[in-house]
Design a binder for this molecule. Structure first.
Ligand SMILES: NC(=O)c1ccc[n+]([C@@H]2O[C@H](COP(=O)([O-])OP(=O)(O)OC[C@H]3O[C@@H](n4cnc5c(N)ncnc54)[C@H](O)[C@@H]3O)[C@@H](O)[C@H]2O)c1
Ligand SMILES: O=C(O)C(=O)C[C@]1(C(=O)O)C=C[C@@H](O)C=C1
Length: 303
């Protein structure tokens, strides 16, 4: 297959960048891939496992000839990174990101993108609780959505080429406005993570009372929470600090619903609880019927 980009640079060699590298190789999407990570230890690991055709010791070398530069670092440092790479970008290159929040990333990154370089933000709706260069795998993006969130004035040809690239990585592609993206993700990803973090925190408090029983008798529901709550603390701190308005809006609604259910339990209101759970079961069934239940733990992992 003819590569979609001759040269790709991956900045930040964690779960998403390493999965992208293996998926690019599988699909023959890039001629040559450079990689850069901040720490020498991560760069050494990347070299040892054959991640990237060349692992560079400087940002300048990694991005210099790249047709596509992928920012795959926590959302809180995207702006600084864009500023650092700006002087070395090739004219007509495309810069993209994979950050979980879009509005904040766009306002932090866009001002640093030089004239003649295209900026096309994106977000793959695929991940695991693991992080780092060794956590990636080629099938991570298969049959998952990637949302392309063009910033003001994004070049339409650059958007089309990046969409083709994401389809080559295995994803379905949709285009979305930044504010809408951040609200949708607050509902489907950000607040569920916060709730999981909270529930595991509650259990941890309780553990002091029940000793190790929380771990020993951990039921499937709680275990699902602990998987999510094991996700990278830096990444998730940055998500909440940068998607503040949308997550606070959804948490407000969540708290109201929780109070309503709490009152139903106190008042022994069985019909309310039954109706509520019937409605939520229908949502789950709708997801399965739409073929979207690809988020099960380790879905698609080979080992
Ligand atoms: N993990 C997921 O489920 C998931 C899914 C979709 C999108 N994302 C987004 O993708 C991005 C990367 O997440 P990940 O899961 O690959 O994280 P990760 O922790 O596996 O990797 C992030 C990498 O960025 C590096 N890094 C951190 N600060 C840096 C800096 N200032 N300069 C250079 N490198 C720096 C880290 O050392 C690490 O190698 C984040 O913006 C995240 O929001 C994550
Ligand atoms: O499957 C998981 O472990 C994830 O948390 C992946 C997940 C999600 O919430 O679905 C997490 C953050 C992203 O930005 C996109 C995907």
């Amino acid at each position: 297959m003819t590569p979609i980009y001759d040269r790709v640079a991956l900045i930040g060699l964690g779960l998403i960048a390493s999965s992208m590298f293996w998926a690019m190789k599988r699909g023959g999407l890039a001629g040559h891939v450079t990689g850069y990570a901040r720490s020498a230890e991560t760069r050494d690991t990347a070299r040892r496992i054959g991640l990237c055709d060349k692992v560079c010791d400087t940002l300048a070398e990694a991005v210099a000839d790249a047709d596509l530069v992928v920012l795959a670092v926590p959302v809180g440092v995207m702006g600084q990174l864009a500023q650092d790479i700006a002087p070395y970008l090739k004219p007509r290159a495309t810069v993209t990101d994979v950050g979980s929040v879009k509005g904040h990333v766009i306002s932090d990154v866009a001002p640093h993108i030089p004239e003649g370089v295209h900026f096309v933000p994106a977000h793959p709706l695929a991940g695991t609780e693991h992080s780092g260069p060794e956590s990636g795998f080629a099938t991570l993006f298969d049959n998952r959505w990637c949302l392309i969130v063009p910033s003001e004035g994004s070049d339409s040809e650059a958007v089309e080429t990046l969409s083709r690239y994401w389809r080559g990585l295995g994803s379905n592609v949709d285009v979305m406005e930044p504010d809408h993206h951040d609200l949708v993700l607050a509902v489907t990803s950000h607040c569920p993570h916060l709730i999981a973090y909270t529930m595991v925190g509650v259990a941890d408090d309780l553990r002091r009372v029940t000793d190790s029983e929380v771990i020993k008798y951990s039921a499937a529901g709680f275990r699902d929470f602990t998987r999510i709550a094991a996700s990278d603390p830096t990444m998730w701190r940055d998500v909440f600090l940068t998607n503040k308005d949308a997550t606070l809006e959804i948490l407000g609604r969540f708290t109201e619903e929780l109070f309503a259910l709490q009152r139903a339990i106190r008042q022994g209101d069985g019909p309310l609880l039954h109706d509520y759970f019937t409605r939520t079961r229908a949502i789950r069934r709708g997801i399965i019927e739409a073929g979207q239940d690809t988020a099960a733990p380790n879905f698609g992992r080979s080992g």
